[in-house]
Design a protein around this ligand. Structure first.
Ligand code: UT7
Length: 336
């Protein structure tokens, strides 16, 4: 019936900048290692008293996206919120956004797909709009990592990488079937679930009463774990596959891509994909240098920045792609 299109974009990052040198004061790391292995120069962390949570950052990004979409908050028919760092264990942040934005009692869905969260969330929103069920869907990706990282040397392989922030998009109807979101492709491979994971406080670990009784700050399962090299190797393969899958489904080639917005996992991964698809520096948008990896927020922040900088124009082919914990991965092909 309809295609969906991105009508408005917004992002928010906390003011507090944390440089690599600052991290080297609390753990055994250094600016050269972090830049060489990841491309990251600095990231944002929320600070005490700034009021930033996963939800409030998402709300700030959403307000900008709604305004730019030229709609009223009461025109939103559905909310999809992607995060791995919700304010509460339950309920998820979707309903908190409904409350904080003062939107009428529309449905609110929480997506738990980590780095692929925004791509999964866009896919869900796209289906609702295509089916005609909803007209405007608010999609948010937001993360507050800094409260949950092991900031000792033990956690350095993970903690230097992740940053806080949020991005949002309003999806609406596109009457022209050759424009808007042309396709989404999603995948998972749970066989590798534990290779990038945070095991506690999952109910599968042990009885809750035991967790409360011996809540041990030295218990590593309360911190994210990543088998970095294994994740890296899988990421480069899956990114390439799922971008090709999306292009092929639309009869397109890598040379048709005008702008690729990869999930900001590691600058080396983005550069590998860029080379593989023969894209120029102008055709791949990276901002991991400034924000680190903001998981579900990374694509909407990068997409918003690219759009704000005039790097995405009407009629261009924009590709979003993500890979991460699950493993999950996916792509979105958009004719802007
Ligand atoms: O967003 C979801 C998807 N995520 C990804 O795709 C991330 C994929 N993986 C990566 O980006 C990289 O694997 C990392 C950036 C996480 C790690 O880079 P690496 O080149 O794979 O390094 P490594 O884990 O093999 O570690 C190399 C060395 C080790 O020391 P030894 O054993 O060689 O003595 C680590 O202990 O670097 C050490 N190391 C550090 N040194 C300084 C690990 N973290 C740090 C650190 N500072 N922060």
């Amino acid at each position: 019936m309809y295609n969906s299109k991105i009508k408005g974009l917004g992002y928010f990052v906390p003011e507090h900048v944390v440089t690599n040198d600052e991290l080297s004061k609390v753990m055994d790391t250094n600016d050269a290692w972090i830049q060489e292995r990841t491309g990251i120069m600095e990231r944002r962390h929320v600070s005490k008293g700034d009021g930033n949570t996963t939800t409030t950052m998402g709300v700030k990004a959403a307000k900008i996206a709604i305004e730019r979409a030229g709609i009223d908050k009461d025109d939103i028919d559905f909310i999809v919120f992607a995060t791995l760092s919700p304010d509460y264990y339950f309920p998820g942040p979707g309903v908190l956004v409904q409350r904080d934005l003062g939107i009428k009692t529309v449905g609110a869905l929480d997506v738990r797909n980590q780095c692929s969260g925004f791509v999964y969330a866009i896919s869900v929103a796209d289906q609702y709009i295509k089916s005609g069920m909803y007209k405007n869907v608010l999609v948010i990706g937001s993360e507050l990592h800094s409260h949950g990282l092991d900031m000792s040397t033990r956690g350095r392989g993970v903690s230097v990488i992740f940053g806080d922030g949020a991005g949002a998009a309003v999806l609406g109807r596109e009457e022209d079937s050759t424009k808007g979101i042309l396709s989404t492709h999603l995948h998972s491979e749970g066989q590798h679930a534990e290779e990038l994971s945070l095991i506690a406080p999952g109910m599968g670990k042990r009885w809750v009463t035991d967790i409360i009784a011996d809540n041990d700050p030295n218990d590593e399962s309360y911190y994210p774990y990543m088998n970095g090299q294994f994740v890296f190797k899988n990421a480069v393969v899956r990114f390439s596959e799922v971008i090709m899958e999306g292009l092929a489904a639309n009869g397109l080639q890598p040379s048709d891509i005008d702008m690729l917005i990869p999930h900001q996992a590691n600058l080396r991964i983005s550069q590998f994909i860029q080379k593989k698809f023969g894209l120029s520096d102008d055709q791949v948008y990276n901002n991991i240098m400034k924000y680190g990896n903001t998981t579900a927020a990374s694509i909407p922040i990068a997409l918003t920045e690219a759009w704000e900088q005039g790097k995405i124009k009407s009629g261009e082919l924009v590709v979003l792609a993500a890979f991460g914990s699950g493993f999950t991965w996916g792509s979105v092909i958009i004719r802007w």
